[in-house]
Write a protein that binds this ligand. Structure first.
Ligand SMILES: C[S@@+](CC[C@H](N)C(=O)[O-])C[C@H]1O[C@@H](n2cnc3c(N)ncnc32)[C@H](O)[C@@H]1O
Length: 255
């Protein structure tokens, strides 16, 4: 795991920073609940997988709004520890289990799940590859709900295009992503863009104080300074170019 780099930064460093935050990507309880509204196959015996769950912000919302059992998977052990502790505090430990694993080699049975969920994480495997790999773990008629970075317009300024294509080389328009979903064998049942508050209120704002703390903890560390500068740049670019891109929820039913 030490060798993995995202945008040139060590996976371990990124996670040490994000593990202190409730969410590791844009999103909100309201958006999670809205997406759940498109899914109509869940019962007490249903099984949900939450892939790239982080510390479990959305996992707890899923648990509180369904009766299903949830397996939440992330590559970073620190996040899984936190997730399992939160499940215990909320009395959800019988239905929510966090496990360490990789989304590109899932330790599950074929057609095990009624619903596969993933917020802000599918870019780590690739949208098309993720849909195709994950599909085999879903029952026929099961649902998939993912958020993914998407372009809102056909054209955009070079500065923002470069920033995001460096981070997510396959990033594309909503129309293109829906067609990928269809080609992968899903009926698209819901698509909506996350509101700006999912970036500002739940993602960028909580990072401000976390950044100060992190810089103090690693005083003099140039890599940490560069990482925090990168995170601040991401927030600045968002406020400048938010009309061109955002996270989109894609919800599909396995045919
Ligand atoms: C942007 S965060 C989103 C976390 C959470 N779903 C949220 O919305 O707050 C992406 C997550 O994907 C995880 N991740 C990255 N590569 C992974 C992989 N190959 N397998 C499983 N998890 C991975 C990271 O550790 C991180 O927790």
């Amino acid at each position: 795991m030490e060798d993995i780099k995202i945008q040139g930064f060590d996976f371990a460093l990124i996670n040490e920073y994000f593990v202190e935050l409730e969410r590791q990507g844009p999103g909100s309880p309201e958006a999670t609940v809205r997406a759940l509204g498109f899914i109509d196959n869940l019962a007490t015996e249903s099984k949900i997988a939450d892939l790239g769950c982080g510390t479990g912000g959305q996992t707890m919302v899923l648990a509180q709004n369904t009766k299903a059992s949830i397996t939440a998977l992330d590559l970073f052990p620190g996040s899984i520890e936190k997730l399992n502790a939160s499940a215990g505090k909320l009395g959800l430990q019988d239905r929510v289990k966090g496990i360490v694993g990789s989304m590109d080699a899932l330790p599950f049975e074929n057609e095990e799940f009624d619903l596969i969920w993933s917020e802000g994480a599918i870019a780590n495997i690739g949208f098309e590859k993720g849909l195709n790999h994950w599909k085999s773990f879903l029952k026929k008629g099961g649902f998939l709900a993912v958020t993914y970075e998407s372009w809102f317009t056909e054209e955009r300024p070079a500065e923002i295009e470069k920033f995001w294509l460096d981070a997510v080389p396959e990033m594309d328009t909503i129309g293109h992503n829906v067609s990928i979903m269809q080609k992968a064998g899903f009926l698209p049942v819901g698509v909506f863009t996350l509101p700006e508050t999912c970036w500002t209120d739940t993602y960028f704002t909580p990072q401000k104080s976390a950044q100060e703390t992190f810089l103090k903890k690693h005083a003099g560390n140039k890599t940490v300074e560069a990482f925090i500068a990168y995170m601040r740049h991401e927030a600045e670019l968002y406020s400048q170019y938010k009309q061109y891109y955002g996270y989109v929820f894609y919800i599909g039913k396995k045919l």
